[in-house]
Write a protein that binds this ligand. Structure first.
Ligand code: NOJ
Length: 451
């Protein structure tokens, strides 16, 4: 079962000596300690307390209790031979009121995490914003309020000036397409707002914040490697009919192009999606210049592909995703299609921009149902997913496409947003009643592979 690391076609060395290997997590999904040591309330703390928002009524008050168990978990990262650890900073743990006074207990916690990583020879990679906006700011409009650019820049300043002496790898914002789309258009993620107006404002302010934050980081930590991360899918039209092909182009603009293109100085993809012209009305003088930044790397996060069909009844995009469960394909717990070539396709797609310096896969992984039997979690489906995806990353690299690293999502089972604890993505199983950790077969495979 674990001899796979000897596979001559999938060997760590084939990726080269400089390839970065890691594992990714996020504060809200892991830490718990929701009200401890001065932490303030985030939009996710508030959202999870609302009825009917999270599967099984789960919340993340305790989550994986990483706040108390960070040493045990960093020891596990070490045991799995993983040299790079990506985690995020909870905004309200370091700034309980969003801005103003810094909570020294919050700073101490992240210093402990960083220092323990370094002690174990593990390189820390920080995501500054992984979706847990302070509720005090949401009460003032959150991402729809242009002031967010200043609020966010101050948060970046606090992170950079406290941790930048030891942390050299930074990601400014995680998956802006998801937190603006799910949080401000569809209302299925925090803060649960719905509508095109709030969505377009959130999008534009996220772009401005990403750039303002990156500039602040550069100023405080001149030798930092600065990136930001984007969700991306491989998109295919449902049929060869022109209307489906055009629908796929529109979906692609929303899903894959909306954030990278302004950053590269190409502006929003308004040609494919005219509703984005609404952003022009929100723009202020000087914004065009403040939408671009020369990032050191772009993080791509891929889980699946999407099949897109024309749909005149779906406003703005006139396209809909054909659900994977209707397509007779293998599904994960998230009901996403298992389709490893998608990661190859997105690497290729982002390479086509030409002027991206480095590309890291900052997330890739899968949720499957796991069971603990006699102390063993034999997750063969996740193991295969991992191998098949790595094979596709290797294919891209071998063909000469730029891809500089790969981070698995995620270390342990954790709080999967609206899906609560139902969707397990970890290399390590958690029994949430006891907080006991058990390395899954996939985790053992990754450890052997990285040895
Ligand atoms: C992307 C997000 O960044 C992460 O928080 C989430 O858990 C994974 N995708 C899986 O859905």
């Amino acid at each position: 079962m674990e001899a796979a690391h000897q596979d001559p076609h999938l060997h760590k060395q084939l990726f080269g000596d400089h390839f970065i290997w890691g594992v990714s997590t996020a504060a809200f999904q892991m830490e718990g300690a929701a009200n401890l040591d001065g932490k303030g309330v985030s939009i996710w703390d508030a959202f999870t307390k609302k009825k009917g928002k999270i599967l099984n009524g789960d919340n993340a008050d305790i989550a994986c209790d990483f706040y108390h168990r960070y040493k045990e978990d960093i020891d596990l990262i070490h045991q799995l031979n993983i040299p790079n650890f990506r985690f995020s900073i909870s905004w309200t743990r370091v700034l309980p009121n969003g801005d103003g006074e810094v909570n020294q207990q919050g700073i101490l916690f992240y210093n402990n995490v960083i220092n323990y990583c370094l002690e174990k020879g593990i390189e820390p990679w920080i995501t500054i914003y992984h979706w847990d906006l302070p509720q005090v700011f949401e009460d003032k409009g959150g991402w729809t309020n242009r002031q967010i650019v200043n609020w966010f820049t101050y948060f970046v300043e606090v992170c950079a000036s406290n941790f930048g002496d030891r942390v050299k790898n930074w990601m400014v914002i995680n998956e802006p397409a998801v937190f603006t789309g799910a949080g401000y258009f569809f209302g299925i993620h925090a803060p649960g707002r719905i509508g095109i107006k709030s969505y377009l404002q959130a999008v534009h302010h996220a772009v401005l914040s990403m750039v303002a934050g990156a500039k602040k980081l550069r100023a405080i930590v001149p030798d930092a490697k600065i990136g930001t991360t984007f969700s991306c899918s491989h998109i295919e039209p449902y049929s060869n009919k022109t209307r489906d092909i055009n629908a796929a182009k529109r979906a692609d603009a929303f899903i894959n192009r909306l954030f990278i293109e302004p950053i590269l100085g190409l502006g929003y993809p308004v040609q494919e999606v005219p509703v984005l012209k609404g952003i022009e009305k929100i723009k202020q003088p000087g914004d065009d210049e403040n939408m671009r930044f020369d990032f050191d790397f772009i993080g791509l996060q891929n889980y699946t592909r999407e099949i897109v069909k024309c749909s005149y009844f779906t406003p703005y995009v006139f396209a809909k995703l054909v659900k994977a469960e209707k397509r007779d394909v293998e599904l994960t717990t998230m009901r996403w299609e298992v389709y490893p070539p998608a990661i190859y396709e997105v690497i290729k797609k982002f390479n086509a921009y030409g002027n991206i310096k480095e590309i890291y896969i900052t997330e890739n992984g899968s949720a499957f149902e796991d069971s603990l039997n006699n102390g063993i979690v034999d997750d063969q489906k996740r193991l295969k997913f991992l191998k098949d995806n790595l094979q596709q990353v290797l294919k891209a690299k071998t063909e000469g496409y730029k891809v500089n690293g790969y981070f698995v999502w995620t270390l342990t089972d954790n709080f999967e947003w609206a899906e609560g604890y139902h969707a397990r993505f970890g290399l390590i199983y958690i029994d949430f009643k006891t907080q006991q950790r058990v390395i899954k077969s996939s985790g053992r495979w990754y450890a052997n592979f990285l040895k």
